[in-house]
Design a protein around this ligand. Structure first.
Ligand SMILES: Nc1ncnc2c1ncn2[C@@H]1O[C@H](COP(=O)(O)OP(=O)(O)OP(=O)(O)O)[C@@H](O)[C@H]1O
Ligand SMILES: [Mg+2]
Length: 771
């Protein structure tokens, strides 16, 4: 007789995991280190809940990316079958947007509200700053966006902001005393435009639950089980909504959160480690059950021990022990490069070597960096070495200009009040409705309290401009008239042609123009496949192929959702932030230099450094078998050559876990603690004063040349035996010179380099002759 399904999935768990999976009633907390199976527990727990008779749509599972939710559903499907697709699983933002679509009218929003992305928000803020006649150099849109965002995350409305002495004082100090006015105008304008920004999706939902009891009641009854992955990164507002949903503190329902305080990496967005402690406290009175998972199933001992050692430098953490029985494994490799070019080349080289030696596929490998701009150099060498790769984040598809241009029109069709979409589309393609006309429209709109689209219909314009305006209005309204019956693709196709966008791109025969046309068509293809996709979303909403639903889906894609690289064999390049929760056989953590990782922005506070260290911890714990760390002595940043000291985190990697390479010029004890630096850091912890400059570990001495004072003069000749100073390689001695008059090449011995002899073309050389 075949084994019942139920036992087979429970058999693939260890004892504690199984308990966490089967304890489905009441509040449950799982705090455990990376790779210990937290996500696995959550997944099987949902399967178990369904097996025990709960309907899938009564389960709310909040994950870090939509992709993670899809993978989870896939796994659950193996146990419970197709029903799994009815689970409410996704990111906070996407699930809350779904609820808001249904309930928007309670808070004065249309159900077809637009979601403003970061660009829209900044563009709107800039128009408000201009309208208030404020100096955009003082009132930077970015800074204001961040202030508004953190106000919303702390439930501070414009009214409260205006009365909040502390915030007002901060704004004064930053020379921006009128932030509250901008905030007030911003909120009013978003509402008028029927638009919500990312923070609103949380803020408005909270507001809704606070003010409309029958709505909160409805969802309390609907969601019998609530589960949250990566709980350490939820912010106060998200936690507040969760509490409302589970009817805290009256009769808290079945809530299960899993997380790892040591992996909290979004403090800058308002997530705090405190969450986990709060949860334990808040639900303590309701018989919370806490499970600790200690076995790491992902990584070798070397990697686990390294991770443990690194994180031990952070003081504030929940004590956990974590071990692996996957064997000691390979040692950690460190690549020390002269410059970023060499770093790129050697990483690509090592990937080839690993692929051969360990029979790895491309998709077993990921390169992780601190900032997206670091990807370029690795892309270059991966291309040269013919290794297929994909970059997550950065300039993503939906952020490309031509893609946003078409989307702006589609947004107008769904919500003609959307002012940012209006601004983007009104004169693109160029139809002679320039800045002056738009200013007229804006003025009329403000005077008569109209939306821009309405104002365009009534504003007084010269005849030719009027004609163009009517053409624009016609394209939008023609599509609007069909919006109830036509699907997303039919409308997009109509708009692409009617607006003149397709023709404009077709007429551009330049290479870039062809690329733009390709993207434009790729977007249309994407919409077509959305329309043809026959998977069911949930029982509440029928398969919905409307333009509104399409736009909502793409508005909330996260970096990791976009490129679905699961079925293609590519090396993944992404930021450490985006790598959360993922695992790869081989991981490269690159750019391990002071001011880069840890980032210069976080180096002036202990909290900042601790967060960077947690980020490093997340990075190294993605590795299953092989971990490679790399850094460069010099690199170009913001157009300038800078010299870097090796990251302090390298010194925290235990020496015995590191490969002892020869020829690379380093020994395993290179990473021994720099005692002086460490003492300084210890002192800083005790005194609260952070050293703003830390000398690197002596053995990693970077070249001695300071680019700020280095003044190479072009030279055409140099004699054998001379001592010279090179910007990147430091001091050297000329061995001999050869080549024709125009192409003199010096062979120079640089004693600091692992391979000391370099051939240098004099006319391009960054050299100073010393004596
Ligand atoms: N009992 C087990 N038996 C076999 N494999 C397991 C077991 N538990 C977990 N794993 C595997 O170990 C790996 C790590 O698990 P998982 O991703 O759930 O860890 P996690 O705690 O969520 O990690 P992170 O903190 O990085 O998100 C996965 O490949 C998972 O399938
Ligand atoms: Mg996980």
């Amino acid at each position: 007789m075949p084994e019942p399904k139920t036992s087979s999935y429970l058999d693939s768990l260890n004892d504690v995991q199984r308990q966490a999976v089967t304890t489905i009633d009441g509040p449950v907390l799982v705090v455990a280190g990376p790779g210990s199976g937290k996500t696995r527990v959550l997944t099987f727990r949902i399967a178990h809940i369904i097996e025990q008779g709960t309907a899938p749509w009564e389960i709310l599972a909040l994950t870090f990316t939509n992709k993670a939710a899809r993978e989870m559903k896939g796994r659950i499907e193996e146990v419970v079958g197709k029903r799994a697709s009815y689970i409410w699983a996704g990111t906070f933002h996407s699930l809350f947007a779904r609820i808001l679509r249904v309930e928007a009218q309670h808070i004065g929003y249309p159900s077809n509200f637009t979601i403003y992305d970061t660009d829209d928000t900044k563009s709107l803020l800039n128009s408000i700053i201009r309208e208030f006649n404020l100096d955009p150099k003082v009132y930077g849109a970015n800074a204001i966006k961040n202030r508004i965002s953190s106000a919303k995350s702390s439930l501070i409305t414009p009214k409260l902001y205006e009365k909040n002495e502390e915030l007002l004082a901060q704004d004064k100090l930053a020379n921006m005393p009128l932030v509250y006015k901008i905030y007030t105008a911003y909120v009013a304008r978003c509402k008028k435009a029927g638009a919500m920004d990312f923070d609103d999706l949380l803020f408005r939902l909270f507001e809704l639950m606070q003010n409309v009891p029958e709505v909160v009641q409805k969802y309390r009854e609907k969601f019998k089980y609530v589960l949250v992955d990566e709980f350490q990164d939820t912010n106060t507002l998200q936690y507040a909504i969760i509490k409302k949903l589970v009817q805290y503190p009256d009769s808290p329902r079945n809530i299960c959160v899993v997380g790892d305080d040591a992996q909290s990496i979004y403090a800058f967005r308002g997530a705090t480690i405190q969450n986990i402690l709060d949860f334990e406290q808040d639900f303590g009175q309701f018989g919370i059950q806490t499970f600790k998972l200690e076995q790491n199933y992902r990584s070798t001992e070397n990697i686990v021990n390294t991770a443990n050692a690194v994180i031990s430098y952070n003081k504030r953490q929940i004590q956990k022990s974590i071990w692996s029985d996957k064997g000691v494994g390979d040692k950690i490799r460190v690549i020390k490069a002269v410059d970023d070019n060499e770093e790129g080349r050697r990483v690509a080289d090592t990937i080839l070597e690993q692929k051969n030696r360990y029979h790895l596929q491309n998709n077993d490998v990921a390169i992780l960096y601190r900032t997206n701009s670091q990807s370029r150099i690795f892309e270059e060498y991966l291309r040269r070495f013919n290794i297929a790769y994909r970059v997550y984040g950065g300039q993503s598809f939906y952020q490309r200009k031509e893609v946003k241009d078409l989307i702006a029109y589609l947004r107008m069709v769904v919500n003609p009040n959307d002012e940012e979409a209006f601004r983007r589309s009104i004169n693109h393609p160029k139809r002679g409705i320039g800045g002056t006309s738009v200013a007229k429209v804006t003025t009329l709109a403000r005077q008569q309290n109209l939306t821009l689209f309405e104002a365009l219909k009534h504003v007084d314009l010269p005849k030719r401009t009027r004609h163009a305006a009517d053409g624009y209005i016609h394209v939008i309204e023609q599509a609007m008239a069909k919006a109830d019956t036509a699907n997303a693709y039919e409308l997009a196709d109509l708009i692409a042609k009617g607006s003149g966008l397709t023709d404009m791109l077709r007429n551009d025969k330049s290479i870039e123009g062809m690329g733009r046309l390709e993207n434009h068509e790729a977007l249309l293809d994407g919409i077509k496949s959305f329309v043809e996709d026959d998977t069911v979303i949930d029982t509440d909403t029928l398969p919905d192929k409307s333009l509104a639903t399409y736009l909502q889906n793409i508005a909330l894609l996260t970096d990791a959702d976009e490129s679905d690289s699961t079925n293609t064999d590519v090396v993944t390049l992404m930021s450490v932030h985006a790598a959360k929760g993922l695992e790869y056989k081989s991981i490269f953590v690159v750019g391990l230099e002071e001011k880069l990782f840890p980032s210069w922005m976080s180096m002036d506070s202990m909290e900042g450094l601790d967060e960077e260290r947690r980020l490093f911890y997340v990075a190294i714990t993605r590795a299953e078998l092989y971990l490679t760390l790399s850094y460069a002595n010099t690199r170009y940043r913001y157009g300038k050559m800078v010299m870097n000291e090796p990251s302090r985190f390298l010194a925290e990697v235990p020496a015995d876990a590191v490969e002892n390479t020869t020829g690379g010029g380093r020994r395993s004890n290179d990473f021994e603690f720099d005692k002086v630096a460490r003492q300084r850091e210890h002192r800083a912890r005790v005194t609260g004063v952070t050293p703003n400059k830390r000398r690197g570990t002596a053995r990693f001495a970077a070249p001695k040349v300071d680019p700020a004072t280095f003044e190479p003069s072009p030279i055409t000749e140099v004699e054998t035996g001379r001592r010279v100073l090179h910007l990147k390689f430091g001091e050297g001695k000329v061995l001999h010179v050869d080549g024709g008059a125009d192409n003199r090449i010096a062979t120079i011995h640089f004693s600091d380099l692992p391979q000391p002899e370099k051939r240098i073309m004099l006319k391009f050389a960054k050299l100073q002759v010393l004596d």
